[in-house]
Design a protein around this ligand. Structure first.
Ligand code: MG
Length: 370
């Protein structure tokens, strides 16, 4: 692919509003933009998804810098790739560290699509012209505030609402929502708030007619989720338990879930995400694309990925304005009646807002790849 130069930009962007989950509060996104340039000046972009603390997976903004700087960029410099699918093999001497690998691989995919002069969605095999989107709401001070938020996003056209729950607020929150919105497409994300001891308790969730319950049990668990799914009518969706296609095969074979949340960062990149998509399609498992409080570049990758045909459930993609006062891409991503258009421009389909990139960059580091 004739790679010439790679630049890491470390950005810090303040979220419009803090995002509260069962494991912490995120106020700022501290992350990397990866810019990859070829010999004729095409530029591909990737975005890292790790948070500053290891509460979602073991990776952090610092660990991914260490991995990219010391190991992955040197491998990219010394190796040869003809297609983005080669990146995972090239990086295979490095164990795990999937978010670090995915950040660079995303830039390779964008560059590849630009070299071919095709949209990233097409390069990945997607054929949708628009994708349905839902919204993920963090925890609120009280249910009145949460209901206000829900009303706001339903009015904006979002196709489904996802709420974060914790043990002390779960049933009360669901009762309050269902009282006002008996038929709203609704799902919950527990982020591992429960254990296998809670199976009987979790069966009480069935009365709420949820689209799914996401990651109720341990972050690395696949076995206990199978025991829970056998007792639960509500489909289980796995998020934190799935790092690879191998994990998906195990989960499907054991009956641990009926739905998979695919995040390319968590599984090591778009190539692995695509393999998971294909396997799930063959095995009748629905998938959707999760979010990581992404800025515009990561969001653009998610839109392209969601254009594959087995992404049948609304993704956590959202408009730029939902998260940021100013995004780093141009035009910003907009949601129209719960749908986002898939760009037909080459690559990710959005220009980088260089002024915004500069404004949010804390420091940058350049690498020559020749
Ligand atoms: Mg989740």
């Amino acid at each position: 692919m004739q790679l010439e130069k790679l630049t890491l930009y470390r950005l810090n962007m303040e979220l419009n509003e803090p995002f509260v989950t069962s494991f912490g509060i995120v106020k700022n996104k501290d992350f990397f933009v990866i810019e990859l340039e070829d010999r004729i000046g095409n530029r591909g972009y990737g975005e890292s998804v790790a948070f500053t603390a290891p509460w979602y997976t073991e990776e952090t903004t610092e660990t991914i810098f260490h991995m990219m700087d010391q190991f992955l960029v040197p491998l990219l410099k010394d190796g040869k790739i003809t297609h983005p699918d080669d990146v995972m093999e090239l990086f295979s001497p490095i164990k795990r560290n999937r978010m670090a690998k995915a950040a660079i691989e995303g830039a390779v995919w964008d560059l590849y699509a630009k070299q071919k002069n095709i949209p990233l969605a097409k390069a990945l095999g997607g054929n949708k012209v628009e994708v349905p989107v839902g919204i993920s709401l963090g925890m609120e001070k009280n249910t009145t505030e949460l209901l206000k938020k829900i009303e706001k996003y339903i009015s904006a056209g979002y196709k489904r609402i996802k709420v974060k729950i914790a043990r002390n607020n779960d049933l009360a929150v669901l009762r309050a929502i269902r009282k006002v919105y008996p038929n709203l497409p609704l799902m919950v994300d527990a982020n591992s708030a429960y254990t296998v001891e809670d199976i009987d308790y979790l069966r009480r969730f069935d009365e709420f007619g949820l689209m799914m319950i996401e990651q109720p049990l341990g972050a690395d668990d696949i076995i206990d989720h199978a025991a829970l799914q056998a007792k639960l009518e509500t489909p289980i969706c796995l998020d934190e338990s799935i790092y690879s296609l191998e994990d998906v095969k195990l989960a499907v074979q054991l009956g641990s879930c009926k739905i998979i949340n695919i995040k390319s960062g968590r599984v090591g990149g778009l190539s692995e995400a695509r393999k998971i998509h294909h396997f799930c399609k063959q095995n009748g498992v629905q998938v959707w694309c999760g979010g990581m409080l992404d800025a515009g570049i990561g969001r653009a990758h998610n839109i392209a990925l969601s254009s594959l045909d087995n992404f049948t459930l609304p993704g956590d993609i959202g408009a730029s304005s939902r998260y940021w006062k100013r995004d780093i891409i141009n035009p910003e991503i907009v949601v129209d009646d719960g749908m986002i258009s898939v760009s037909d421009e080459p690559g990710i389909g959005y220009k980088i807002d260089r002024q915004a990139l500069k404004m949010f960059t804390v420091w940058q580091k350049d690498y020559t790849l020749t």
